[in-house]
Design a protein around this ligand. Sequence first.
Ligand code: F6R
Length: 613
Amino acid sequence: MCGIIGGIYQNNITPILIDGLKYLEYRGYDSAGLVVLTNDNVLQRVRAIGKVVNLENNINSEIINGTIGIAHTRWATHGKPSTKNAHPHICNDSIGVVHNGIIENFLELKAQQQAQNYIFTSDTDTEVIGHAIHQALKKYGTLLKAVQSAITTFQGAYSLGVISPQNPGHIVIARSGSPLIIGLGDNGNFIASDQVALISITKQFIFLEEGDVADITKDSVIIFDKNNIKVEREIKISKLKNWQTSKGNYAHYMQKEIFEQPQAISDTLESRITKDKVLTLAFGHKAEIIFKKIKHVQIIACGTSYNAGLVAKYWIEDIAKIPTHIEVSSEYRYRNPIVLDNTLFITISQSGETADTLEALRVVKKINKNIHSLTICNNSESSLIRESELIFLTHAGPEISVASTKAFTTQLVSLALLSVTLGKCQQQISQTQEKVIVNGLNHLPSLVAKALEQEDQIIELANTFKDKFNALFIGRGSMHAIAMEGALKLKELSYIHAEAYPAGELKHGPIALIDKNTPVIAVAPNDELLDKLKSNLQEVKSRGSQMIVFEEESSKVTPMQDMNILSITNNLGRITAPIIFTIPLQLLSYHVALIKGTNVDQPRNLAKSVTVE
Ligand code: F6R
């Protein structure tokens, strides 16, 4: 994920670009740059490694001045963080381009362009965009037509901002799979990846739709749809006021972060899927070669991240048919594990600094040099990111509450993308199957938003726990891992002792715990194990427990005495169900904690990042 800003303004655009980039740093900050079209009609560029402040310092010494400009803050996908890989990229002094996303066929395009004597000065996939537009500009004469033509050759996901001295007074932008908005101002028009970057300049925004291309001047905005037909898009007035890591209108960070999940999930999906496929390059340019030869998967993580990994075990074996093992880091690192060649060693961590997980990675690299490592992590600056061969960032944004919520669901989304990608590389999944899963993923943000609407009913259910000291969570298949996450959230937030079991295991011991003082919480999607789960519910009920069942509408669990059933939603699949059923369990723990009066954001004895053993 990278951040784009640009504009055509009556005065020098540079301060607006710098200010906007600072707001976009949450999207990546390994390098930044900007290019303006000066009054002499030349492209003048400055780039710097690291945060935007470094760029700002460079600019003070160079005096960059022009009314048209585009800028970028980068999170590296192709090519390591360096000045030469920082955007904007310039082709033949005539095209300046900023890009967010991945051009999947860039190697193929690069080979064609090299044969036509185009020079490449970076390791990025973005330069092929500049060269393709340069080539088309020679043929079509206007930047708009050049961009419309060039993008027909791109595969992948992207948002683009382009300027050219050959067509001064215009910025042309394109959106396909990555967000881009237009801000309409009194003294100019602007573009950005996110409205937060422009909120100090304007409140009027146009949100581009998939496939849109727009030709922007200081006084006009003309938009074309994916068929190059001129279209009108609604102008929306933003209510956004304050972009801070404050609690806003929420009582606690945890509540805010629970409600941020639709956005966090769509940020994590951004530029990594199209409407029908997952982009393998989202895992880095070496991923395809590695994923093709993988024979085993070993997942290592702690706590909530472990629970995400447990769901992934079901998904990877089911979808990619690769034997997958999972273990908590603190055990794995000390037990002289056998590590087979061609193992994909996956670490999952919100912080990227969890000592046990990091040490497990170091240990395994010493045991067998022929493994490949991948980390799924929410912190781009962390040790796990630095020490892993492949990296995949969850884009949950900062998580302040100690109890993980949006970090967990975005880990699940990332692991779903991984399962499909492994399945494709191992030739275990058809295009149709991939399309079905991707369709479900594309609907996730709205499904999560719908599940969040149940908060009022969950507040009522939370009262069940007022005078309780124990609880039991049950589920089957991957929902067993979601039951574990539900139990972990309840115990860490409300200090109620909670256990989770695969529902079929109850009769082998834990059923002895059940009495009227031990509420049982079950998660019941309409999947192939539903009938088995229903039998388990009968077993529990006949021991006199109070029960809460979160069901998919079509599951139709038979109501019984002392049983509360809450229907969550419908038409869930093997990927969407675990993610959606997490939501009511998070809300339940949060509201039980409020009833118990515990410190919600900082539960006793816990730390957000466990950097010690
Ligand atoms: C629970 C929670 C912890 C973390 C665990 C691992 O809500 O947040 O269980 O999941 O400490 O931390 P990371 O993911 O940073 O490695």
